[in-house]
Design a binder for this molecule. Structure first.
Ligand code: LMR
Length: 332
């Protein structure tokens, strides 16, 4: 009996022995916000559910705060297979040519969370996620964050107050058009760089949801915040399609069930998290929080609604119409 034969038998035994547990499947889940922001909490919840339901066969490693990839890089990383799961803000999918997703950025499109859910949990939401398969992406769900506010180092009451301000935005063409409609100068940059740019004065202001502003301490470097509610921020929760396709079917079903429960959790906490974050911003005393009058709000709506028409071709008229229908939006 040669040494090589004995070694081969030992290796064979190791693979067949029930005492040797298989290595768990690892899902690296990268995101850009703080662990205690709504998306961060939902990511942790997903990890807990999957690991409990997967019976030790799967491990989810969550990387918050752009630790692994910035939002400018994470989609390409997913497509390369360098990360298995991400949850970019919905409109970031335009960065890989899925410009339809920018429909979610249209100003004053959604009146409330229910109107968002009629899209994200309805036929149009499913169609949008399925369309990503051709880009090597498996869409799992949409998660809410909330409705955005505007902030700057000057008071923002009327549309004219935005004129000439450098405003940090996500790279969405719709959001950039929205800032231009107000006479502001959109500066697209990653979320990871936003706080520094606000602090150094490289930009004068920004838009975001209160939970992101508070957890990134943006309120410490912004003197004024106006509760405009002019747009919605939510997430597309997505996985690498080759990774998904390679999973055993029973594991895909565990992930689907865990995702269903996580989505319910994410959408349940989002509104309250933003409410609490706004209260904490007020309490911090570094930022004057302003509630616009109804006249000021109407003036902002009038200034921003032309963006819908301007962006319809880029998004696709059929998508815009389908989302209007589902959301119950009517052009005034
Ligand atoms: C932003 O870049 O402002 C947000 O998309 C960050 C996030 O993921 O909530």
């Amino acid at each position: 009996m040669t040494i090589r034969y004995i070694l081969a038998c030992l290796v064979g035994l190791a693979f067949t022995s029930p005492a040797v547990a298989a290595e768990p499947i690892v899902i690296k889940f990268s995101h850009v916000v703080a662990p205690d922001a709504p998306k961060g909490k939902a990511a942790t919840k997903f990890k807990q559910l999957v690991e409990a339901m997967g019976g030790g066969r799967v491990k989810v490693e969550v990387y918050p705060n752009s630790q692994l990839f910035k939002d400018t890089d994470e989609l390409a990383a997913l497509q390369r297979g360098d990360v298995e799961m991400i949850a970019p803000s919905i409109s970031r999918l335009a960065l890989i040519g899925a410009t339809e997703f920018e429909v979610f950025d249209l100003p004053y499109l959604f009146g409330d969370y229910d109107s968002v859910h009629r899209v994200t949990e309805g036929e149009e939401g499913r169609r949008l996620l399925t369309g990503l398969e051709a880009k090597g992406i498996h869409g799992l769900a949409f998660w809410d964050n909330g409705f955005k506010v505007m902030s700057a180092d000057r008071a923002l009451h009327e549309p004219g107050d935005y004129r000439g301000l450098n405003m940090r935005v996500q790279p969405s063409e719709v959001i950039q058009a929205q800032m231009r409609a107000l006479g502001a100068l959109p500066q697209a940059m990653s979320f990871a760089d936003a706080y520094k740019a606000l602090k150094s004065g490289a930009v004068d202001g920004t838009e975001n949801v209160p939970s992101n502003m508070y957890t990134q301490r943006m309120h410490e470097v912004q003197k004024h915040l106006t509760i405009t509610g002019h747009g919605y921020l939510g997430y597309a929760v997505i996985m690498s399609k080759p990774f998904w396709d390679g999973l055993p079917p029973d594991m895909r079903s565990v992930l689907d069930q865990a995702m269903q429960r996580t989505t319910a959790y994410a959408n349940e906490i989002a509104e309250e998290e933003n409410f609490v974050a706004l209260a904490k911003i007020r309490a911090a005393g570094t930022t004057e929080v302003y509630e616009p009058t109804s006249l000021e709000r109407d003036a902002l709506i009038n200034a921003l609604l032309p963006v819908h028409k301007e962006m319809a071709d880029r998004i696709g008229a059929k998508t815009v119409e389908a989302v209007y229908q589902a959301a119950g939006f009517r052009q005034p």
